[in-house]
Design a protein around this ligand. Structure first.
Ligand code: E4P
Length: 214
């Protein structure tokens, strides 16, 4: 399972990448606006740290999306062009597939959208589970349905569990065989922690100190 960090904060990417387990980053216009830094510079800095950096197009028509897809893909080979799940987005995915540009389809909320994006040649689809939970639906059930559908066909498209909100989401996504999880920084830093690890290590250290005193 690949683990991505959901952020536009380069320092956070550097920190998690230093653990040696980070496979990529997903940015979106909201995250970029939050950091207030230059978009291209941010993406390029991240590309030095990880092999996959999703950069989202902001045009809403296919011609504009295609132009941005070509531009972003030219920045660095680690760029994955993020395209919204619309009919214009589907046209853009088809274009990118033909040109060998890697894509991530964002704002996926149904199995049918997932199938359309896969047929259009998306490298990755991003179902947003937290936002479904927020709307009173079961986001993880959507992942289960998509993974079941994927078992019936030979789609090469990877399923990325997006809009994760807590560590349990990542464990559940892994049970379902999702290919990737993107995780916000404040959730990511909780993943290595367990109170029994902490108390166990504390005990080992105290016992080791007591030997030295004898
Ligand atoms: C995915 O690529 C998105 O950036 C992200 O997961 C959105 O999550 P949110 O619902 O927490 O904004």
């Amino acid at each position: 399972m690949k683990l991505f960090l959901d952020t536009a904060n380069v320092a956070h990417v550097a920190e998690i990448a230093s653990w040696g387990i980070l496979d990529g980053v997903t940015t979106n216009p909201t995250l970029v606006a939050k950091e207030g830094k230059d978009f291209q510079k941010t993406v390029l800095e991240m590309c030095k740290l990880v092999p996959n950096v999703s950069a989202q197009v902001t045009a809403t028509d296919a011609a504009g999306m295609r132009k941005q897809a070509d531009e972003y893909a030219g920045w660095h080979k680690h760029v994955v062009v993020k395209v919204p799940m619309t009919t214009e987005g589907l046209k853009t995915l088809t274009y990118c597939k033909k040109k060998g540009i890697r894509t991530n389809t964002t704002l996926v909320f149904s199995v049918n959208q997932a199938i359309l994006a896969a047929k259009a040649g998306a490298s990755i689809i991003s179902p947003f589970i937290g936002r479904l939970d927020d709307a009173g639906q079961d986001g993880m059930e959507l992942i289960a349905e998509i993974m079941r559908a994927w078992e019936n066909y030979d789609f090469e498209t990877e399923v990325l569990v997006a809009s994760t909100r807590h560590p349990r989401h990542i464990a559940e996504a892994a049970q379902l065989g999702a290919h990737i999880c993107t995780i916000p920084y404040d959730v990511f830093v909780k993943l290595p922690l367990h109170p029994l690890t902490e108390s166990g290590l504390d005990r080992f250290m105290k016992d080791w100190e007591s030997i030295k005193k004898k």
